[in-house]
Write a protein that binds this ligand. Structure first.
Ligand code: ADP
Ligand code: MG
Ligand code: ZN
Length: 482
């Protein structure tokens, strides 16, 4: 029997608003515990929530970017459950009337386009955070930090349209790109501002009915999501092959062991007793405002990729790499403004720059860690064009620029690596090499033309790589034909 996997993702994205969903407290990450709280987000009795307009605007932006319908009227509900990180005893969320629904995004999986449906995007608030096993007066305790309580979230629920872990990861990456491009979420999985639950089931190929799903909770990296889904697919197929049945349950991924473990089954599943939030009016959105948000939508990753191919004439592959982050795309475009050979820049950015960034663990979006201005890179490339330096030397200069943030002129001067194009100097170096290698010279003259490369190499060595290759070639030929 052949099986296929069915995967649907539920994604929580923290919105980058300055203040929380229903009060004025700051949402800044990393503040000392419980310093960004007030009676509203602590859920004290008698307080009244006031909806953050910015959060609604961000959710609407995401709706446009994912081709969703926007409901002119949506409703906030209370989702009731008890947990220590939720002092109110309920989470304000949206239930049967979410802000947006019925959208899709197109993803590219190993060169094949695929459309993934989005069931709904609704607004809700985050819960606090539990810190387990912390020590206090020499004992182990669990603590609760409510700074995160009521930070605005959107939950993006997909249709069960994915068929492999590759598709799930591509979908997830595409959604994160969109959120980051829109500047409505920082997409940081480690800090938990972008989180994913994966629903996984399997069924015999050809079967229309969905199999029973397991929900894999809160996995915090793309690699772990891939591994968790792959493990889960294998596990479910094995259970069925052995004559067993899949039970609907929530499972946790153990990243050390690479396996998923049952957390709770459906019998213990919550009944949240949703009811409309009495303290918030239904959310009615002005058509004009929606229109204004649409008009101000920034360029999205897919549009940018297409434009890069058309406008700069670079290959699709280059466009994919260069738009992989907004900061990188902006940097590339900045360089093109100063140096009008888009493919040459693309090669340097994708090759040297990305290598340096990766090795140095630096971030192109942060001026404190990445100091090569587009103008400086353009200057460097112009120096190659004018034969002031060779492209081999340019790589070394770039590395120095990367380390120190210095101008290419300054680096070239300091290192004394200006390219030698002066014929007299080169002839001297060539003659020196030829007189030291009489055997090779006579072999060459008898027809071993391959030795030409050997002479080039020797002169390059003698000039510390500074000889201008074109001039060197020309002169060497002349000298050898004598
Ligand atoms: P629940 O009520 O358990 O949260 P939903 O119907 O709301 O289930 O679906 C939650 C997520 O699970 C959605 O992303 C959906 O696409 C996905 N999903 C639903 N049924 C299946 C299934 N049989 N296999 C895989 N994913 C599924
Ligand atoms: Mg669910
Ligand atoms: Zn507050």
């Amino acid at each position: 029997m052949q099986y296929e996997a069915v995967i649907g993702l539920e994604i929580h994205a923290q919105l980058l608003t300055d203040s929380k969903a229903f009060c004025g407290c700051s949402t800044r990450f990393g503040a000392p515990p419980n310093t960004q709280v007030c009676p509203v987000c602590l859920g004290m009795p008698g307080v009244l929530p006031v909806l953050n307009k910015r959060a609604v605007e961000f959710a609407i932006k995401m709706a446009f970017a994912t081709n969703c319908e926007i409901n002119p009227k949506s409703v906030f509900s209370r989702k009731n459950y008890f947990y220590p990180d939720l002092p109110k005893g309920y989470q304000i969320s949206q239930y049967d009337e979410p802000l947006t629904k019925s959208g899709y995004i197109d993803i590219d999986v190993n060169g094949t386009k695929k459309r993934i449906g989005i069931t709904r995007i609704h607004m809700e608030e985050d819960a606090g955070k539990l810190l387990h096993g912390e020590t206090y007066e020499d004992s182990d305790y669990s603590f609760v930090d409510l700074n995160r309580a009521a930070v605005p979230l959107i939950e993006i629920v997909s249709e069960p349209d994915m068929r492999s872990s590759d598709e799930a990861v591509e979908y997830l990456k595409a959604l994160r790109d969109i959120l980051v491009y829109l500047e409505i979420c920082d997409g940081n999985m480690e800090e938990g501002s972008f989180r994913c639950d994966a629903n996984v089931s399997v069924r015999p190929i050809g079967e229309k009915k969905l199999g029973t799903k397991a929900e894999l909770k809160n996995i915090n990296s793309f690699r772990f999501i891939q591994r968790a889904i792959e493990y889960e697919i294998k596990r479910q197929i094995e259970v069925i092959e052995e004559g067993g049945r899949i039970i609907q349950e929530t499972r946790l991924f153990d990243s050390d062991k690479g396996i998923t473990i049952s957390m709770r089954s459906k019998e213990e599943a919550h009944d949240y007793r949703y009811f409309p939030e009495p303290d918030l009016l239904p959310l009615e959105i002005d058509a004009e405002w929606i229109d204004e948000i649409r008009r101000n939508l920034p360029e999205l990753p897919a549009q940018k990729r297409e434009r890069f191919v058309n406008e700069y004439g670079i290959p699709q592959y280059d466009a994919d790499v260069l738009t992989s982050s907004k900061a990188l795309a902006n940097y590339y475009e900045g360089c093109v403004k100063f140096y009008n050979k888009p493919k040459v820049i693309s090669n340097w950015v994708m090759g040297e720059l990305l290598r340096l960034l990766k090795e140095g663990g630096r971030d192109i979006s942060q001026s404190s860690s990445f100091k090569i201005q587009p103008e400086a890179l353009a200057k460097l490339l112009n120096m190659i064009d004018s034969s002031a330096i060779s492209s081999k030397i340019a790589k070394e200069v770039l590395e120095e620029m990367y380390k120190t943030g210095k101008d290419p002129d300054a680096v070239v001067k300091e290192k004394g690596v200006v390219q030698i194009s002066d014929e007299d100097t080169l002839i001297k170096a060539i003659d020196d090499v030829l007189s030291k290698n009489p055997k090779e010279v006579s072999d060459y003259k008898e027809g071993r033309e391959k030795l030409f490369g050997f002479f080039v190499g020797q002169v390059m060595k003698a000039t510390k790589g500074q000889a201008n290759p074109q001039v060197l070639n020309k002169l060497l030929k002349e000298r050898l034909s004598k």
